[in-house]
Design a protein around this ligand. Structure first.
Ligand code: AVI
Length: 325
């Protein structure tokens, strides 16, 4: 599955976006291994279901990420250049970033949260404006980065934050391309703080993506519901089941939607009728898991130097601080 920059949650799509969605669905369902891009998991309902996932006892990723940032905020802040301005890619409401912004303790600290959800950014601004000067940017990652870095003050450096192991939702090659893009947008001495989920016991990873409460299943199935709502589809959601697989070769969890029977679905906006065999799947997401030395290798490969790494022991997850060289 080729993964570009994420456009996270959107509520209502413009007609251009509907056309693009229809076009992507058409192309994805024409492939021998049917697939739908994971960015489409995040409409309003999908974003709420993802938020619920982060509270599941089986999904330790978000708690590990936030815990590391809380416990090590002062260490991370002590390694940052000064003066510094902070950019966060896919900030959402910016909840995890609060600890670090507090630890930076620079008067007039500027924080540029970038997200495509205007609602999340409004909450972010409301919650964090007592700690930093918040400059929300409703844009894609790279466009938002260009806007923020255009406001660089003399002698100022940037810290870019990319948390939550969102890098794991990129194909490995695309992750490297994306890190190269970030490097190009920055200057020597700028820093990147990147959160990455680590390989752990297979069963622990699997249950994190196939929880017994069924929240991840609902999150996955909602993609078909979204196609029905926004593209005039007639998918029978009960005709599909959620499936999470560990792909050992690629070191990733894959989410699929598995057809329970032979069936067809019609999607009006895509002018498409698509047939499914019983057992056939639609691949909807990959969550790559990393090894610590692999992360260091990615830093070197893309023009960064490792400045620090913090690992959660209970839920193997790494916070990585890299410097642009
Ligand atoms: C957003 N992303 C890092 C999550 C992950 O773990 O890959 C999305 C998710 N999909 C299922 N559960 C969570």
């Amino acid at each position: 599955m080729s993964t570009q920059v994420f456009d996270w949650s959107t509520t209502k799509l413009s007609s251009d976006a509907v056309r693009q969605f229809a076009c992507d669905v058409r192309a994805g369902l024409a492939k021998p291994q049917k697939e739908l891009h994971s960015k489409y998991l995040y409409d309003e309902l999908g974003s709420s279901l993802f938020e619920a996932i982060t509270h599941l006892p089986e999904y330790g990723l978000t708690r590990a990420d936030e815990g590391l940032l809380r416990r090590h905020a002062a260490d991370i802040a002590s390694l940052l250049p000064s003066p510094v301005a902070v950019i966060e890619l896919g900030s959402g409401v910016g909840q995890k970033t609060r600890h670090l912004l507090q630890a930076i303790r620079e008067p007039g600290l500027r924080y540029y949260p970038i997200d495509v959800s205007a609602d999340a950014l409004a909450r972010c601004e409301r919650d964090l404006s007592g700690i930093a000067e918040v400059h929300p940017l409703v844009q894609s990652y790279l466009d938002g980065m260009a806007r923020a870095t255009a406001e660089r003050l003399p002698a100022e450096s940037f810290l870019v934050m990319f948390l939550g192991s969102t890098i794991g939702n990129f194909e490995r090659k695309c992750a490297v391309t994306f890190l190269n893009d970030l490097h190009r947008a920055l200057l020597p001495g700028d820093m990147l703080l990147i959160g990455a989920d680590l390989v752990k016991e297979r069963d622990r990873m699997l249950v994190a993506y196939d929880d017994p409460t069924g929240v991840t299943g609902a999150f996955n199935l909602n993609l078909l519901g979204r196609i029905n709502r926004e593209l005039g589809g007639d998918f029978q959601l009960r005709g599909f089941e959620h499936q999470a697989l560990w792909n050992e070769d690629q070191r990733r969890i894959e989410m699929h939607l598995r057809s329970r029977c032979n069936q067809t679905a019609f999607i009006a906006e895509a002018d498409l009728t698509v047939a499914f065999r019983a057992g056939e799947t639609i691949w909807t997401e990959s969550s790559h898991k990393f090894q610590l030395d692999e992360l260091d290798g990615m830093a070197k490969q893309t023009g960064f130097q490792v400045a620090g790494q913090w690992v959660d022991r209970d839920w193997p997850f790494a916070e990585n601080l890299w410097t642009v060289i």
